[in-house]
Design a protein around this ligand. Structure first.
Ligand SMILES: [Zn+2]
Length: 159
């Protein structure tokens, strides 16, 4: 074992990169884009629909655990008076996740390349859209069913 000169944690003797702080021991061995690795290029800093629509599921898949905060808003929704604001707050949180999603996912998880990152986020957005459509369809069918059943019950009652 040797000590990392950057953070002081113990690492394997043959390690070329610190597993604790991510610093390369020999800067020449670091990928050319290592410095740029952590900052997402501006053209990729667009709205993340996967994060916005799937929140905590997307968060678990992308190591963005702050997305789990949606459960807090969900719980707050059961508290009287607080629930007047929790709906709005959770919507604001989802929008924030959408705005910050790409940046957070890029930082928190390791990606092969920008293309890989973009492709995976595109799939999340696609699944987010599919699941949202299914949920809306279920709600619409449910509402229609309730109206039809209520109308049927009203017409039998009037006989
Ligand atoms: Zn270190």
């Amino acid at each position: 074992m040797k000590k990392c000169p950057f953070c002081g944690e113990e690492v394997n003797d043959d390690a070329v990169k610190c597993i604790h702080c991510g610093e390369w021991f020999n800067k020449d061995m670091a990928p050319a884009n290592a410095a740029a690795e952590k900052t997402l290029p501006a053209e990729y800093q667009k709205f993340n629909w996967g994060a916005f629509l799937l929140t905590w599921i997307w968060g678990l898949g992308n190591n963005v655990y702050i997305a789990l905060l949606v459960f807090l808003f969900f719980v707050l929704g059961f508290i009287p008076i607080v629930n007047l604001f929790s709906g709005l707050a959770s919507l604001a949180f989802c929008i924030w996740l959408g705005i910050k999603g790409n940046e957070l996912a890029w930082k928190n998880k390791s990606w092969n390349s920008l293309e890989h990152f973009n492709e995976v986020q595109r799939k999340w957005a696609m699944w987010g859209a599919i699941i949202t459509c299914i949920l809306i369809a279920i709600i619409v069918v449910g509402v229609v069913l309730i109206i039809v059943l209520a109308a049927a019950a009203a017409s039998t009652a009037s006989y």
